[in-house]
Design a protein. Structure first.
Length: 280
């Protein structure tokens, strides 16, 4: 059963169409949104997080209609959201900020609220910095604080907008571990520019481009679409749509290979580049 169902959603800002009849579904586990800047990923996530309402189309979240105020409140009680810019109060300590968000989520009983704050701090590995002010933290630690506040209340639906943006490789690996654990027993919808993160974490993906879903399915299904269209040789092939030199001195080419080309297994990134290059 799908936790998130979006049908024909449109959203415009002035004369700019951010979403143009997009359809999307997500169920338990981690579902990834992949696409270039300006594709509409953040707008779609903000609709799923009930921050925005679509201009047209239907949205069902956790079996409820967010267009109905009473049902929207019920959704928000079971939803955690990490936007690209969480808007930290940088003078707060880590504990104070997460406690403040818990109060906003109407966790008014002080003792169990503080127990919950300590739980998410431990879950995201922030115990050693819980008394530090947010302005003194690294970017990676601030992203952990953002994830911790999203995990308050053990939400059934977790919405993460570019959770690994700006992180170094080691920090990204740590975040993958946390997001993977978060996806056990709940629905996680996350966006990313990083095909490696999508490959590592997601059971299903949607490629969003120009406000539409160009592909929905599993990472393996998208990767399979590039079979027979990736090859290596000692130079950039004139037949390639894209090509780059690799560490072993050969060129990886994607496109329509010439006869006799040395084909190589495709990656998700290869398939994504081919999809973006195909006519809409």
């Amino acid at each position: 059963m799908s936790t998130v169902v979006v049908r024909g959603a449109t959203k415009s800002f002035g004369r700019t169409a951010a979403l143009d009849g997009v359809g999307f579904e997500a169920g338990p586990g981690v579902t990834g949104l992949l696409g270039p800047n300006g594709a509409g990923k953040t707008t779609l996530l903000r609709i799923i997080a009930t921050v925005l309402a679509p201009d047209a189309g239907t949205v069902t979240l956790l079996g409820r209609d967010p267009a109905r105020p009473g049902e929207r409140t019920g959704i928000r009680e079971r939803l955690g959201y990490l936007p690209q810019d969480p808007g930290f109060h940088r003078g707060f300590t880590v504990f104070e900020f997460i406690d403040y968000v818990a109060i906003l989520k109407e966790q008014t009983d002080r003792r169990p609220r503080h127990d919950e704050v300590r739980r998410v701090i431990a879950e995201t590995g922030l115990e050693s910095v819980s008394a530090k002010r947010i302005r003194s933290l690294s970017g990676g630690m601030r992203r952990r604080v953002g994830l911790a506040q999203a995990l308050l209340g053990r939400p059934d639906l977790l919405v993460l907008d570019e959770p690994t943006v700006g992180l170094d490789p080691e920090q990204r690996l740590r975040f993958r571990e946390m997001i993977s654990a978060a996806g056990e027993g709940r629905t996680v919808v996350m966006s990313s520019h990083q095909t490696e993160d999508i490959t590592a974490l997601c059971t299903r993906i949607a490629v969003i481009h120009q406000g539409r879903a160009r592909f929905t399915g599993t990472p393996a299904e998208l990767t399979a679409q590039a079979a027979g269209r990736v090859w290596t040789e000692g130079r950039r092939s004139p037949a390639a749509l894209a090509a780059w030199g690799t560490g072993d001195g050969t060129y990886r080419n994607i496109g329509d290979p010439p006869p006799g080309a040395a084909l190589t297994p495709p990656t998700l990134e290869d398939a994504y580049l081919l999809l973006m290059a195909a006519p809409s």
